[in-house]
Write a protein that binds this ligand. Sequence first.
Ligand SMILES: [Zn+2]
Length: 332
Amino acid sequence: MHNALLEAEQFGMDTVQVFTKNQQQWRTKPLEPGAVRDWTTELKRLGWTDRVVSHAGYLSNLASPDDELWNKSVELMTIEIERCEALGIPLLVHHPGAFTTSSAQEGIDRIARAYETLLKRTSGFRTILCLEGTVGAGSQLGGTFEQLHAIRSAAAGRTGSPERIGFCLDTCHMHAAGYDLSSRESADQVIARFDSVCGLENLKVMHLNDSKGKAGSHLDRHDHLGRGTIGGKPTPAALAASGFQTFVNHPKLARVPMILETPKGEDDQGRAWDAVNLALLRALRTGSSRVSAVKEARSRTRPRNEQSSKLRPNTSKSRSRNPLKKADPRKP
Ligand SMILES: [Zn+2]
């Protein structure tokens, strides 16, 4: 798993986002103590202990009205948090969930109740749970800043631990949700809007992706920077006129880790896409702000299992309280 850190270092990145377990499976295997040791050693050497990020798997739905699925989701999220704690990962990003057959308000209440259990179980842990903004498709929660705020407020009210609840914003998701980021001016307004509704101080992680879908399309399809409807063209000039410029150089976002979740592989000239996208981001940086342009450790597949009917049965019945025994030795 520490290979993810080494790979990010090779690309000249200064943080990384990983899955600490297979993101498409309920089942988890214990983390090998050796893997934890190697990870921790490299993490300290790199000095990324304050900004390394984990992304939770896609199966959990903390907003589900179905008790069985909700319980399984809470169990899985507990394991995710325990693994972050064991690995010294301070930030865990997850999708808020989908209310499916209930209502938005009920879904928000389910998430808040899930947080109550999760934060009680992991009391004293340092990991901050970051609610990721979504494209707001179907019954998916988190497609508006107002809804993100409502979820965090409800969860903070139930847990009394607002300091452990933050946000993650994804440029593709925001744009597709209807917050147009195709120009600097509109992106400036979007950030100001987020600040007034949610508070920029609660923004802990950014995902920088272009969007295949148009603004307001509610389509969650990430694209390479400048190849989608946000950047328009893959040139420094085009990106400098787009919302990417705003995010990369916003003074209040200088401390926020920025993660590329763009497709993997190579472009038609044989260059690694991560290197291409990273170079474009670096070209945007104007001042002293720190761009933590990063990658994740394994290629990402789109979340598709929002409905309980599509979910695989849970094969792990018992859950160890020891995070070292719960992790998956496979590298993320
Ligand atoms: Zn994202």
